[in-house]
Structure formats: structure tokens, C-alpha cells
Design a protein around this ligand. Structure first.
Ligand SMILES: NC(=O)c1ccc[n+]([C@@H]2O[C@H](COP(=O)([O-])OP(=O)(O)OC[C@H]3O[C@@H](n4cnc5c(N)ncnc54)[C@H](O)[C@@H]3O)[C@@H](O)[C@H]2O)c1
Length: 436
């Protein structure tokens, strides 16, 4: 039991999407407006559709999550954000070619009114795209200050009580942690000296936390996963979460791999490949951005299978992930997995998965849930890394002294038990065989 006090979700909540013109952002925004107007249902969203068991099994008490925890109402959400292109959200949604015309037309008036603020961008960090709607400043510190000013202005103009910033912009090149990321002091000095290892995404994260606003990273960029930004989150008592939305192939991987381990079935090789034709696919066609994504996708199997504990089963498997840019498919990603496994006496077996998914359709409900849960976390006084939201990420940020949790169903249990704890209910451990 906890004595956590949660502030009520009074007034309006701003959602500031970095990459407002992108496929994920526009699919989310158009979907939110559709749902709010009663034209569509929020499939894929736990906050809107899932129940949570409270108490013992014999009590038969399964409220909706949104009735159990005090979440912001969909009517109170105000969408805004930044992009390096200057399209209104209707035009951008059409350009993204995820939703049918009837779905964008039915909310066209509202979509047209949502326009991006100028972004902070540097082509050195995302080489395959360009923009025209970009801020100018004498150094990175000044650009970060401009982002802070944007946040304050957006809050004032829309009479918001609270806001959440979420990175749904392109994947940046691979950067490793180093001394400039080590403390607030070194990071601020680095921004003033235009240090090359400070990427635009870090400036958005810094600005958001400096304004006391939760930040979520939906891409695999390093971004918040550095000591300086985590220190700022603690100092200003703000929650952060990331990184890289767990949507298609990795979602499947984090369900299948725990099953192999649970049954002590061995693994010889796992070859994963994708074809993808949207702008994200174009960005990931560049080796620097692909390396960031590859690292995020590869980390999953080793952590789940623990080869150090099970050398006979998992000591020597081959794991390869490929993403191929294939324009004809647009946002309709096709993922193939070939899994070579073995059982009793080492006899080989194969499993093939062919997932014909829609990338942004899987990501949009994750955006909604993360925004609502991060706002809840903020009102509950939780700060720093929100590991209970690992459920939504391919590469969950975790404290340095623990390993990340990748198993989808352990992640789900952790999420639900956190909600129970926040609401002063017993956590569910499934160990009382008679009643639990
Ligand atoms: N769709 C999924 O299933 C999924 C899953 C995991 C992660 N992601 C990540 O989410 C991100 C968005 O995906 P998407 O398909 O919407 O991509 P997208 O290319 O359609 O959209 C990205 C948008 O970000 C904008 N942008 C780029 N750099 C910017 C900057 N510095 N400031 C402001 N705007 C900027 C671009 O102009 C573009 O409009 C990508 O990083 C992707 O890897 C997506």
C-alpha cells in the first residue's frame, strides 16, 4: 500500500509532438479527433479499452483502467508541436498516406488548424531528409531556449494546465554517451560550445524538462538516456520515458522469446527482415540512423534469453535484423522472421512469422497511452525514469544498476501493479493458489 496523493487532472493537457507532420504524429492526431467525435474506436489503447483486475479472483472486479486511475479526458487534450516542414496537419496526414481520405476529411477543419512551430534541425543528425521550417540561433543553448519559449507560449495561448512533450520525429544518427553528457554543467557548457554530440532531440528533451514538463522518446535516439538529462529530470521532479515505440517485429519478438525460454527450447538463429516504404524507411536507409535502430532492436533477445545462465540453449545463436526501404509499400510494413530453434535431444525446428502490419496504426495508440500515463505520473509525483512504461518500448530506459525488462507480459504486470499501487490497491502476484 502507498500513501501517494494524485492531483486531479483538472483543466487542459497539451500534447507537444516533435515531428508533428510525420506519419505517427498525424495518424495519432487525426485518430484522436475521430475518436473524440465518435467516428472511430481507440483500438490498441490500454488507457481507453483495457480493464484491470482489482482484489481477489472471487471478487470479480474488473474496472476499466480509465475509470480506475484519474486520467485526463480525451476532450481535454490539445495537440501542437514542431516540425521542420510547415504543413497543416490535414495536408501532412494526406502526405503520410496512412489514413483513408474519409477519415481525414471527417475531421478536416480541426486538422487544418493544427500547425507546427519551427523545429530545431541539423542535417548532420538525420542525413536523408531536409526541411525549410527551421529555427536559427547562435548556438545550441540559444536554440534550446527558443524551444522553452515555444512551450510557454503554447501553454499560455491554449490556457493549458499541463503538457507532455513526445518525440515522434525522425531517428537520428548513432551517438554514444560521453563526458559532455555527464552532468548538467558539462551539458550546458556543451550546448553553448555547439558540441557535436548534442543532437537536436536532446535540446527538445532539455527544454521540456527545464519547463517541468514530462518527456517521452518514441525513437531509438540516445536523447534522454544520458546522465545530464536524467539529473535535470530528478532536479525538476519530472518523469521521463523511452525509448523506441515497441510496435511490430519487436513486439512479436518479446512475446515469442519468453515462450521459448519458459519451455527451455533452444535457439540457433533468428533472422528478421522488413520492407518499409514511408519516410521513416527512407531515414533508416542511411547507415547512421539504421545503426541507432539496429542497436535498439538487437538488445532484446540477449536480455530475455540470458545466454550467460543458459549456455546450452542460448550461448551461440545468430541474430540479424534488416530494414529495407521499399517505397511501393508506404506505411504498410511487412516483417519476416525466420527462427531456427531446437528441442529434445537437439532436434531442429523452424518457426516463420510474416507480419503485414501498418506501422503508424500500431504506434498511434501507444502515443495516446504514454501521454496519459506520463501526465498521471507527473500528478502522482513520480519523477525520473518510468520503468513501469517499459511495456511500450523496444529499448526501455533503465537505471544503470539493473537490466531492462523486455518480456511483454512481465512489463504488462509491472504496469498494472504500478497502477494498483498508485491507487492504494493490493498488487497481484498470482501466488495464493486458492483465492488469488
Ligand atoms: N511507426 C512505428 O511503428 C514506429 C515504431 C518505433 C519507432 N518509431 C519512430 O518514430 C519516429 C516517427 O516515425 P514516422 O513514421 O512518423 O516518421 P516520419 O518520417 O513520417 O515523421 C518524422 C517527422 O519528424 C520531422 N522531423 C525530423 N527531424 C525533426 C526535428 N529535429 N524537429 C522537428 N521535426 C523533425 C520530419 O519532418 C517528419 O515530419 C521515427 O523516429 C521512427 O523510427 C516509429
Amino acid at each position: 500500500m502507498s500513501d501517494i496523493k494524485i492531483q486531479k487532472p483538472e483543466g487542459k493537457l497539451g500534447i507537444l509532438l516533435v515531428g508533428l507532420n510525420g506519419a505517427v504524429a498525424t495518424t495519432f492526431t487525426a485518430g484522436l479527433l475521430q475518436i473524440r467525435n465518435g467516428f472511430g474506436k481507440p483500438f490498441g489503447s490500454l488507457t481507453q479499452m483495457a480493464t484491470i483486475r482489482i482484489g481477489k479472483r472471487i471478487e470479480n472486479n474488473f474496472p476499466m483502467i480509465k475509470d480506475f486511475v484519474p486520467l485526463a479526458e480525451l476532450e481535454d487534450l490539445v495537440v501542437g508541436g514542431w516540425d521542420i516542414n510547415n504543413y497543416d496537419c490535414l495536408e501532412a496526414a494526406k502526405e503520410a498516406r496512412v489514413l483513408n481520405e474519409k477519415d481525414t476529411e471527417s475531421v478536416s477543419k480541426e486538422l487544418e488548424r493544427i500547425l507546427p512551430m519551427k523545429g530545431v534541425f541539423d542535417k548532420n543528425y538525420v542525413k536523408n531528409i531536409d526541411g525549410t521550417h527551421i529555427k536559427k540561433g547562435k548556438n545550441k543553448y540559444e536554440l534550446m531556449e527558443q524551444l522553452r519559449e515555444d512551450i510557454r507560449k503554447f501553454k499560455n495561448e491554449n490556457k493549458l494546465n499541463r503538457a507532455v512533450v513526445i518525440w515522434t520525429a525522425s531517428t537520428e544518427i548513432y551517438i554514444t554517451k560521453n563526458s559532455v553528457h555527464q552532468s548538467i554543467e558539462s551539458f550546458e557548457k556543451g550546448m553553448k560550445e555547439n558540441h557535436p554530440d548534442i543532437a537536436p532531440s536532446m535540446l527538445y528533451a532539455y527544454a521540456s524538462l527545464a519547463e517541468g514538463i514530462p518527456f517521452i522518446n518514441g525513437a531509438p535516439n540516445l536523447t534522454v538516456d544520458i546522465p545530464a538529462i536524467l539529473e535535470l529530470a530528478k532536479k525538476n521532479s519530472v518523469p521521463v520515458a523511452g525509448k523506441d515505440f515497441k510496435t511490430g517485429q519487436t513486439l512479436i519478438k518479446t512475446v515469442l522469446a519468453p515462450m521459448f525460454k519458459a519451455r527451455m527450447l533452444g535457439l540457433k538463429g533468428w533472422f528478421s527482415t522488413n520492407i518499409l516504404g514511408n519516410k521513416d524507411g527512407l531515414v533508416l536507409d542511411e547507415p547512421g540512423s539504421f545503426k541507432t535502430k539496429e542497436e535498439s532492436k538487437l538488445s532484446v533477445l540477449n536480455t530475455i534469453l540470458q545466454p550467460e545462465l543458459y549456455p546450452d540453449l542460448y550461448g551461440n545463436f545468430y541474430h540479424k535484423v534488416r530494414i529495407n526501404y521499399y517505397p511501393p509499400r508506404g506505411d504498410d510494413k511487412e516483417g519476416w522472421d525466420n527462427i531456427d530453434m531446437f528441442g529434445w535431444l537437439g532436434y531442429p525446428m523452424q518457426l516463420k512469422v510474416n507480419f503485414l502490419c501498418k506501422d503508424s496504426i500500431l504506434a498511434a495508440p501507444i502515443v495516446l497511452d504514454l501521454v496519459l500515463f506520463m501526465d498521471l505520473a507527473q500528478r502522482a509525483g513520480l519523477n525520473g525514469i518510468q520503468e513501469w512504461l517499459s511495456f511500450y518500448f523496444k529499448s526501455p530506459i533503465h537505471s544503470p544498476n539493473v537490466v531492462p525488462e523486455h518480456d511483454l507480459f512481465i512489463q504488462q504486470m509491472k504496469l498494472k501493479n504500478t497502477l494498483r499501487t498508485l491507487m492504494n490497491e493490493e498488487t497481484i502476484t498470482h501466488i495464493n493458489a486458492k483465492l488469488a
